[in-house]
Design a binder for this molecule. Sequence first.
Ligand code: GP9
Ligand code: MN
Length: 703
Amino acid sequence: MKHLTQWVNKRMGFFALLVGLIWAKSILAYLVDFNLGIENTFQYFILFLNPFATTILLLSIALYVRKPLHSYLTMLVIYIGLSVLIYANASYYREFTDFITINTMLGAGAVSSGLGESALRLLRPHDILYFLDVVLIPVLLILKKIKIDPKPLRARVALAFSVLGALLFSANLSLAEADRPQLLGRTFSRDYMVKYLGLNFFTAYDGYQTYQTNQVRAEASPNDLLDVENYVDDHYAAPDENLFGLAEGKNVIYIHLESFQQFLIDYQLTDENGVAHTVTPFINSLYHDNQTFAFDNFFHQVKAGKTSDAETLMENSLFGLAQGSLFTQLGGKNTFEAAPNILKQEAGYTSAVFHGNAGTFWNRNETYKNLGFDYFFDASYYDVTSENSFQYGLHDKPFFDQSVQYLEHLQQPFYSKFIAVSNHYPYSTFENDDAGFPIADTGDETINGYFATANYLDTAVEEFFNYLKASGLYENSVIVLYGDHYGISDSRNASLAELLGQSAETWDNYDNANLQRVPYMIHIPGQTGGGISHTYGGQVDALPTLLHLLGVETDDYIQLGQDMLSPEHDQIVAFRDRNGFMTEKYVYYHNTLYYTADGSLVPEEEANSEQVQKIHDAVDQQLAVSDKINNGDLFRFYTDSGLEPIEASDFNYQNQLEQMETIESDLGSESTSLYSQNGGQSTMDLYQTKSYQEYLAPTTPEQ
Ligand code: GP9
Ligand code: MN
């Protein structure tokens, strides 16, 4: 013990102590919090080695500082910085199954406003191990339990440590490249980077790459459009003639089903008494309605931008970014040719988004203007109280109910989007009269609440439909429902297995991939030729599908998806994450290729075949073209569509009710808003809403 204290009181000893602590915490994160897919002892060896190199290299900077106090302070600052990096990633990974990129850090302000409470839910008991030393070491120094060594190190010794760090790093890199050739050149995935080269290196390398993408935008030129246009021409899928224009002139009402996965459709949750409860009876009824064009092999294609990525895909038929959220990073700057603008200029639509959360969340308030949305009704337009809301905003029932006061003033035809949010992680149970739907009984609280919040969303959607029918909007509208992304993350799926009739032991990435299905339903009242299609597709395909149904040709637009109802759809679904994919025959997820039919592994020879390579190439190309457009901001050069560019400053999201009323009175008898059509009478009274408990209660017999 005495030796140990003496040793820690030496500058070298203190340095070694900090290196050891950072190493231990890195390993803790690697093994406990991250899921790095370590396959063999060699990979463990690399994993245990990688924190040393960069930590020694970084901390050795402090060894050059001669003044004792300054040297110690420098060491502490570096050590605390590294500790924060490890912990932030451990916590972030629990929700996003990903590491924090520089872009995520830069965009963090825009998303952090609602994340506070979730962050608390992400705490784990072992988190104490990440903090304890960060508190203890400075305290021990202040109390002089660890003494500051007054004797500076010779510059040669400091240099020796930097060199040691560098040598360790090159050893690390060669071992990594031996196990995974072209690791740096192709940066397969962030998991690989962290697994082989460590978190510090990943973060630094990512910073360098971010800098490079910023250069891409600066260097982009109209010539870059050539490749893009070639791709779009080749990839275009012509509409089915029988369906083109089927919903022409109708209002569009998008209902964004938050975190809603396809498995919820027709799902029954059994309560503790063995009674089965249908989770989403109303959405199920729409799914099976022949007025609905529904899809059962439709996938979300989002990455870290989650909801905002889904919106990017649905509005633009472009993907989100490989890192972070396009809304937060580029939404305020880029030029787009998105649905609201296309529909306004091609068919005279008015557009609006309704969402009961702060307008700054995901940078929507800026991005929507560049997408061309005329109106954005954010939380400031709703009566939000602590009783009717949670950290992501207003609950769905009051949200739809209170939206009607604005919806009725929109000029028709309108293109509108209602972003529901109650079915959002952490799926907290209701503590009011909306409580009562059974809570599942798995070891994971997040999964347990998911069914009750989904049921709540289902009722909210049903009430909204009832209003649409009562007000007459229903007949003039096409209503599109879609799930934005998974609600249960891959890291939790094993706990879900049993509820899906599978076993946690055999659960694998094939099963994870299949759970990325989300609903996509286009409900066209009066058109009975719908049904459930098995076409494989994803969110990138939604815009051309919708435009064709509305009778708008898309061949002059730069859209990367294909009409889901076109017989020419190629049925390759790219996952933004890890360049994975899903086709009728193959599933590629987390770098493993399975057969779609039964989840068995595809033999090596077939996995390397030309047929499979073609799919890889198609996916890589689609994502690369999307990145090229977005990172280069290429729409600023595109004129062939004939669309007038958008001026964000034309839109003002303040006092929107007054803006709409002015338009109504200017148009007089020409006004097509529901309110005007209703003779200047509000339709708000037609909205009926009840709590879960009220629905359960027997209705009082009429007197
Ligand atoms: C908040 C909501 C949530 O406004 O859209 O976004 P998510 O966390 O699902 O990406
Ligand atoms: Mn979402």
